[in-house]
Design a protein around this ligand. Structure first.
Ligand code: GLC
Length: 492
């Protein structure tokens, strides 16, 4: 390792977060660290955050307190994992992550596996993400038609699974009311409406094809169920991608909003909303406040804005601008690109923090941004990225520890052994995110042995695509089960 290279041995267990900062002059380092300190969360602080979330989970579950609860704790009506005996032909839509996808899956009962699977990605232009709901659903219906046409399926009436990764109040499997948009979406006329109805209306407006029954699912639930196929003890699903969220199996007796005491139900926590009542103000930095204010939904999903891929790059950018203005970077000169909101993508953070090529990657990114950098600048930029991504990993770790501790206490177990199904680009692509997250969970949930099951991994882009598709395969198996139950229920 050259003297200017940094490597990290961050240790959440104590206050000693050792970072190799060789090559940065001491006076610069002190000033930079003064900014970065604001992003460092001590063990005590993380414990406090976890405790606050614990209380908010209870508020969200309560019959009379859930209306005002920042963590929504939405019942999903999923009570069990699938048994793998489902069969049939399905369509699936996946809206809410980086891309919008359409899929066709054929499941054969005998082999208990997916036989045939095709998928297509459809871009959703930014204007459409913030246009009218009618435009959005017309676009979705058009993408679906193109897909059906190119796969000779336009004359079939197939059931459809809809992974809709936004907070919804699930009334029935095919009735799901959008509570509010999150992430980059803000289409008019959809909040408070039944998303399935809007989709069906858009298809009816076209009049050139039809779909069968529809099942709605949140991406966290899809992830938990998909991983549940590989590991029966998977009882938590977690996403750290464009947004962040988790679901877990809660005891029915604690789900006060749903009748019945027996068994368990999967709860979509919508933990991204944690802090929306101001409870995280002590750990929000001025940069978080700006990110929130400049977002399309100020005051909403505070926790998510400190953690997920949609926002991390922007926090780094704001910090880099400030350090430059303070003369601590790039000889005090910013660039047009650096001053452009949202220009600093979260994927750059992962590239910059890479162990082996990190320094080289940093310099490529800085050159792309038209900045005049030297080696010290590159080192400082790496420190900044590390501070932001570490905070994100630790906050997520604290939240996950809260869920694990809750499951353990619910079951009155001395030790809990459980599996978490995980998906999302931040978790998968960042070089040490998962490690830091796990370290935090070990620290805050010492009586829980957690296995992390990443939804199918792959190296290149193509492999990542296959991965995404695989996840939804399994998700569809689960949807198939729900649909079977639904059909039976209707027949009774
Ligand atoms: C946002 C959505 C949530 C989703 C998460 C991850 O937080 O509100 O429903 O699960 O993003 O995609």
């Amino acid at each position: 390792m050259s003297s200017t290279q940094m490597s990290k041995t961050a240790d959440v267990s104590g206050e000693t977060c050792t970072l190799h900062t060789d090559g940065i002059p001491p006076d610069t380092l002190i000033k930079v660290q003064r900014y970065l300190e604001r992003f460092h969360l001590t063990r005590e602080k993380l414990q406090e955050v976890s405790e606050r979330l614990r209380k908010d989970l209870i508020r969200g579950l309560g019959k009379h307190s859930h209306h005002k609860a920042p963590v929504k704790m939405l019942p999903t009506f999923v009570r069990a994992t699938p048994d793998g005996t489902e069969k049939g032909d399905f369509l699936a839509l996946d809206l809410g992550g980086t891309n919008f996808r359409v899929l066709h899956v054929r499941v054969m009962e005998e082999q208990q596996r997916v036989l045939k699977m095709d998928s297509q990605i459809c871009a959703i232009p930014k204007e459409m993400m913030q246009g009218t709901g009618e435009q959005l659903f017309d676009h979705i219906a058009a993408c679906l038609y193109d897909f059906l046409l190119s796969h000779n399926l336009e004359r079939e009436t197939l059931p459809l699974g809809f992974t809709f990764s936004f907070p919804c109040e699930q009334k029935e499997i095919d009735k799901s009311i959008l509570i509010r948009w999150t992430k980059g979406f803000n289409c008019s006329g959809v909040e408070g409406e039944d998303v399935v109805k809007l989709l069906k209306e858009a298809i009816r407006r076209r009049g050139d094809y039809d779909i069968g029954s529809v099942a709605m699912v949140n991406d966290t639930v899809g992830t938990m169920m998909s991983c549940g196929f590989r590991d029966q003890s998977c009882e938590i699903g977690m996403i750290i991608g464009t947004g962040t969220n988790a679901c877990y199996m809660e005891e029915m007796k604690n789900v006060k909003r749903v009748e019945g005491e027996a068994g368990r139900m999967c709860i979509n926590t919508e933990w991204g909303g944690f802090g929306d009542d101001g409870s995280l103000r002590d750990i929000q930095t001025e940069f978080d406040v700006v990110v929130d204010e400049m977002s399309i939904n100020p005051g909403v999903h505070t926790f998510e804005k400190m953690i997920s891929g949609m926002y991390l790059g922007e926090i780094v950018r704001l910090l880099l601008v400030r350090l430059t203005e303070d003369g601590l970077l790039f000889g005090g000169r910013t660039s047009k690109a650096l001053l452009t909101p949202e220009a600093f993508e979260t994927k750059f953070i992962s590239e910059i923090e890479e162990q082996d090529n990190g320094l080289e990657n940093t310099q490529k990114v800085l050159s792309k941004f038209g900045l005049k950098w030297d080696t010290v600048d590159s080192c400082v930029v790496r420190l900044v990225c590390d501070a932001i991504s570490s905070r994100s990993a630790r906050l997520c770790g604290a939240a996950l520890a809260t869920l694990a501790n809750r499951i353990r206490v619910n079951r009155r177990q001395e030790r809990l052994k459980t599996t978490v199904g995980v998906d999302g680009t931040v978790y998968k692509k960042h070089p040490n995110f998962s490690e830091e997250l796990r370290a935090t969970v070990r620290l805050l949930a010492p009586k829980c042995d957690i296995t992390f099951l990443v939804s199918e991994d792959g190296s290149g882009k193509g492999a990542a695509m296959v991965t995404a598709v695989m996840v939804h395969n399994y998700c569809l198996l689960f949807i198939a089960e729900l649909m079977n139950e639904y059909v039976l229920f209707r027949q009774q």
